[in-house]
Design a binder for this molecule. Structure first.
Ligand SMILES: [Fe+2]
Ligand SMILES: [Fe+2]
Length: 286
């Protein structure tokens, strides 16, 4: 049975109106359900060229969710059941923001123009609808696992650090792709082996399975960021690697931190020339 907001959404069949609607939906499970509906109904195919909607300044969250500054959240290390739950909860939070970030790039940059006056190709939107669908799937898998362990999403405080990057890059598509998809999402690949080990030392096979599913999908998200970053640079006659090296220090605080998951990054098409020059010099020599 579709919820009231689902019915309201079905009145408007443009991709951007759905994107804005999903961003404004506070309940994470409803957000995920609507995301999957956009994929299943082929909304993109029905959208018009003039598709346009205003994204909210920030996505909605349930009133009872405690959102704190990133520095005030302790991430679980996985050594006890409580810390495994804290780790799963923090991963669910990241997936929830990631779902919103996918919808935000779609709606915020829907009318982005290339230097020749063309709009972004339809494939750009197809790619980010797929990313949104993956993030919705990841959120639901983690939420289900939290419930199996006697918890639920929202039981612990969360941070909104990822949205800060979205706000900082709201005016610049290349910066958005660079920071969100090629810095933060690539960082997710770097920490995967460590996260997997934390569950492995506790013999938590069910959580390991989720971490592996998520990892495989995340490689494709970094690849999507890289693909569209390179595409826009080529249309703007800019060298992609040096443009990335200019944008990251402008919008990302500090240096990129090793150790890198070079194999994972390579699978996404991200070779060392992209990220090694952004490491603090002392680390490079070490
Ligand atoms: Fe994800
Ligand atoms: Fe992702």
């Amino acid at each position: 049975m579709p919820s009231e907001s689902t019915q309201a959404c079905s009145l408007e069949n443009t991709l951007c109106s759905w994107a804005a609607k999903i961003l404004c939906t506070p309940d994470p499970e409803e957000k995920a359900t609507l995301t999957h509906q956009v994929q299943e109904y082929g909304i993109l195919e029905r959208s018009q060229k003039s598709d346009r909607a205003n994204p909210p300044a920030q996505p909605s969250r349930k009133a009872e969710l405690t959102v704190l500054h990133p520095g005030r959240i302790k991430r679980g290390k996985g050594g006890t059941l409580a810390s495994r739950i804290a780790l799963l909860h923090s991963l669910a939070n990241i997936e929830l923001w990631a779902m919103d970030l996918s919808w935000d790039i779609i709606v915020r940059f829907a009318t982005f123009q290339l230097p020749n006056g063309d709009r972004l190709p339809r494939e750009f939107f197809t790619d980010f609808v797929k990313v949104a669908g993956d993030e919705a799937k990841h959120y639901m898998l983690l939420q289900k696992r939290l419930v199996e362990l006697g918890c639920f999403f929202g039981a612990l405080p969360v941070h909104n650090g990822l949205w800060q990057s979205a706000a900082d890059t709201a005016h610049d598509l290349l910066a958005r792709l660079a920071i969100v998809h090629m810095v933060h999402e690539a960082r997710g690949l770097d920490i995967q082996p460590q996260t997997r080990n934390r569950f492995a030392t506790q013999g938590d096979e069910a959580s390991i399975k989720l971490i592996e599913i998520i990892y495989t999908d995340e490689i494709t998200h970094v690849a999507a960021g890289l693909k569209w970053f390179t595409y826009i640079c080529s249309k703007e006659n800019r060298d992609p690697v040096s443009t990335f090296h200019e944008l990251v220090p402008m919008y990302f605080k500090g240096y990129l931190k090793p150790p890198f998951n070079a194999a994972g990054r390579q699978s996404a098409g991200m070779t060392e020339e992209w990220y090694l020059p952004l490491v603090k010099p002392a680390h490079k020599e070490a």
